[in-house]
Design a protein around this ligand. Structure first.
Ligand code: HDL
Ligand code: ZN
Length: 456
């Protein structure tokens, strides 16, 4: 219905001190700028500061072959996404997996560069990301001169490069994934209590085996001095809770996390599945006591093709009803959740409408592609407004922060341009201040507010 009454003009609104309304034609550019300028708190990565060692460093003195801080062009090119993709082009008949894994990192990178960049155009998202990163670092992509890129990286200092990449990616703080059951990771924390003391990084206690394979996890806890048996009696429960507390404290973890297989289920209070009992008796009580969220990343079938190593995992349809049951049964806990299957995304967003203690986040791994980020983010805004966390990078190589956030910011902005445009068309003219407030929530505030008092 067309109203005859003139709406307030900007000048009269400005006179009475209301925030300036943004004329529609300027709206799109303003939204893109706000999204570009808003620092993001990246809630899930596999990145590390130099204190965890780095296999790549200009000076041989600093190199640590098992170091966890991955950065530079050869790590970018040998990202497990690209290993999977190159094996679609050069099959195992031509290059057996073990021959590839016996190559040096440089030789593997040469192989991927040749087959996925030079002999075929690098148009996949993972290939394109390498190009975006090189371009934003100021390197000459058009030259296609891999050795020139290598020379440039070899001149960089790892810690200074972290500052540079965070600045280019607009990342205010990096959240690590600290897998306590990984020997390399655990040893570094036990050898050096200050290993996590880099203010640019926050730690996350990741303990998949507790839920994926309790008997094996219990054996390892016993080996670490906790009086646990694989029978979940009171003594074992208390000792396992102490294990979780000890590592939250050692890492100063801001939340705890697991990745779960697609067939993971939680059937409610009397569910005697080992993972459900471990959740109910060990994990969730400690997290409630510590006022700390629990992140569940659900849908990964591990090593369906072991020859590809980290690249060998597969996606499967998960059960959103199990997440909903957890949220209902544990109202004192807060749950971060992301799912790997595209087909789970709508139901998960609807579950978030039902439970305020559920915060859905990110377009994870196999749905971290432009077409799906657009689809999923659009659907989430329509169902949840600004009350979700649109993205995390999942970066494994430091430099990936640049492309993963460049690509996602553009896509998130595109959705917001449409959504603010829709309300402006009804006469609700958003002010710049309101847009900045909303984007700060999406990129930073929703995550920080969900962390609770205990962690920042
Ligand atoms: O379990 C996870 O955190 C996943 O993100 C895996 O690390 C996976 O290999 C990955 O890197 N996805 O992007
Ligand atoms: Zn991850």
């Amino acid at each position: 219905m067309l109203t005859t009454e003139k709406t307030k003009t900007n000048s009269s609104a400005a006179r009475d001190g209301a925030p300036r309304k943004v004329p529609q034609q300027e709206l799109a550019e303003l939204i893109r700028r706000v999204v570009r300028e808003q620092p993001v708190r990246d809630l899930h990565t596999h990145l590390y500061p130099p204190t965890f060692g780095t296999p790549f460093s200009g000076s041989a003195r600093d190199r640590d072959a098992s170091g966890l801080m991955l950065w530079g062009i050869d790590e970018l090119l040998t990202y497990h996404y690209l290993v999977s993709e190159v094996y679609r082009v050069v099959t195992t008949r031509q290059l057996p997996y073990e021959s590839f894994w016996r190559m040096t990192k440089r030789e593997q990178a040469d192989h991927i560069w040749k087959n996925l960049f030079l002999e075929r155009s690098p148009i996949s998202e993972a290939c394109r990301g390498v190009l975006t990163t090189l371009e934003r670092l100021g390197l000459d992509v058009e030259s296609r001169d891999l050795d020139s890129y290598r020379r440039w990286f070899a001149e960089q200092d790892p810690s200074e490069h972290i500052d540079r990449v965070m600045q280019l990616g607009g990342v205010s703080r990096i959240t690590m994934t600290n897998a306590v059951f990984d020997d390399n990771e655990r040893r570094r924390w036990l050898d050096n209590a200050r290993v996590g003391d880099d203010s640019r990084f926050a730690a996350v206690l990741r303990f998949d085996p507790l839920l994926r394979n309790w008997p094996s996890a219990a054996e390892q806890l016993a080996g670490w001095g906790y009086a646990v048996s694989d029978e979940l009696n009171d003594k074992t429960v208390e000792q396992a809770r102490q294990f979780v507390r000890d590592w939250i404290d050692r890492m100063r973890a801001i939340y705890c996390a697991v990745s779960l297989p697609p067939d993971w289920r939680y059937e409610g209070g009397d569910d005697q599945r080992l993972s459900s009992v471990v959740l109910r008796k060990i994990v969730l009580p400690v997290l409630a006591e510590r006022d700390m969220p629990f992140a569940m990343m659900i849908g990964s079938k591990l090593r369906v093709n072991p020859g590809l190593r980290d690249g060998g995992d597969m996606v499967g349809l998960a059960d959103v009803a199990s997440v909903a049951r957890l949220c209902a049964d544990f109202p004192a806990n807060r749950f971060l959740c992301t799912m790997l299957a595209r087909e789970n995304q709508h139901e998960l967003a609807v579950a978030a409408r039902k439970f305020g203690n559920l915060m859905i986040f990110g377009c994870w791994w196999f749905v971290n592609n432009p077409s799906l980020i657009d689809e999923i983010t659009r659907m989430r805004v329509e169902l949840l407004g600004t009350s979700f966390i649109p993205q995390h990078s999942d970066a494994r190589v430091l430099d990936q922060l640049i492309y993963k956030w460049d690509h996602s910011r553009e896509l998130i902005a595109r959705v917001l341009v449409d959504k603010y445009g829709d309300i402006a068309a009804s006469g609700w003219q958003p002010s710049e201040q309101e847009i900045r407030r909303d984007v700060q929530l999406l990129m930073h505030g929703n995550f920080e507010n969900f962390l609770g008092a205990g962690a920042k």
